[in-house]
Design a protein around this ligand. Sequence first.
Ligand SMILES: [Zn+2]
Length: 562
Amino acid sequence: MGAKWINIFENRRMRTGAACVAFALILYCAATSLIFSSETETKEQSQTALATFVGPGNPDLPAPAGAPLSSSAQSADAPPQAASASFSPAAQDEATQAVALPPVASAAGQEKGEVLPHKDRAGALPFSSSAAHFNLLKMGREGSTLLVIGGIQGDEPGGFSAAALLASAYRIRKGRVWVVPDLNFPSILQRHRGIFGDMNRKFASLDASDPEYDIISRIKGILLDEEVDLILNLHDGSGFYRPTWEDKLRNPKRWGQALIIDQEEMTRPPFLLEKTAGRVETEVNRALMDPGHRYHINNTLTAQGNEEMAKTLSWFAVRNGKPAFGIEASKEFGTEYRSYYHLRVIEAFMDFLGIEFERGFPLDPKGVLGALNSNILLSAFNDRVILHLDDVRPQLWRVPFRKNDPCPAIRGSKPLLALVQDKQGWRVAYGNHTLTRINPEFFDFDESLHKIDLILDGQAHSVRPGEIVQVREAFRVNVPEGFRVNAIGAQKEVNGSEAGVLLKRKDFMPRFSVDRNASIYRVEVYKGKAFAGMLLVRFGPSPVLRERPLTADQGPESDLGF
Ligand SMILES: [Zn+2]
């Protein structure tokens, strides 16, 4: 660890507001804490976190159990089957400002184009991430409070993906759920257990010079918050924990498929850790995908001289009077299976605490995969640039970036999204994955354009830069005097601009699309040489879900567990 690291993290500790942290050859950038800069503000985020909740009847709903995922065989020229409004507006609950479930997509969209209603940015793209601040999302109202922590180790995607889904695709109807989906985000982005060492060994004592000192201090404060009733720390562990030796993969030294407790019970306050874990174990073992996936309870007897476990988050909580459990899914599974099991466990604990919820996807591995991989939006530069990342091409060319802005602020429809600069350039990271690589083109930005007028299938609309519009047949973009339009991949310029020109799908060259299915295109507006903003136009149905299983691509996963 060179001095550079230390300096950077000292800067961070000074709360300079720096949103970017350079480490080694990697420059990690994320939003300038637009929404997530403090815990008081997280209350608001929490209420907007469900804006991307996919409601029943929405054609963008992940495939229900047993149903095939959208076919990738859909031809680029297939007629649109449904003009869906997956980016549904945050319907306001008058009393509380809470986000209600979004309305079902209107049938009208099938007949003509429409602006996909995600205009309310605070509602639709609620998540921002930062290396310096993990997110705390607070959902629900009075009642018992469950705190769920994901990502304490960066190479355990089952846990942090489950936490991210809990934060983005659940609605809490009764009780409260607090979620930290990205406790160790810099390590998540590198798929590393812990770039500054194992974060789950820093809870007994920690030198103030440790680069993660502030993170540990903040999470300790949250763990001990008087509102918090019960804590789950989500992990992916190797093999299958079994109380007795069965074979190399199934034995007491393995961690997977286990509920970890430090001792049988707590006395102050009185709480039966083992009995509670047993109740959850029974419930989860009713929903196994295979009998071999059975959960067991692993009591680490931490107080009886277990020095390793004495350094962990859960022991810190328990010895300070907070019931806490380590939850392990097996690293033998793909991410969607791990997250499936984590969510089963979380839901069983919610039942135990009397927390009532709704979930925006079917709870099975396929439903989990669909929920993680659909409706992924990222906006940058104050929404002047928007990217739709479902089924995105592996490389996007000439994406406008602002000159002299080494750390673009971003917001996303999901937790765990970031723009990362590395040796090869820029990539869009989503947890342990790279969704696409970006080849930027740098411009001065003109911020004076606040609306773009559109004729969409014959109807007039006025939208802000950064919107996504659904087109059935044709559209026309009108911009004020002095601005010009460049529809990327179309060649219908009149005097160097496509403003006012009627554009159809056939006018676009498929290789210029954002998605691999050649249905989403960029329409960019410029003023002179300055970039002024963009829209995405989408022809046809929403992008197909990626059918390939989630596999990470940022280096090896450790074979460790808790
Ligand atoms: Zn772990």
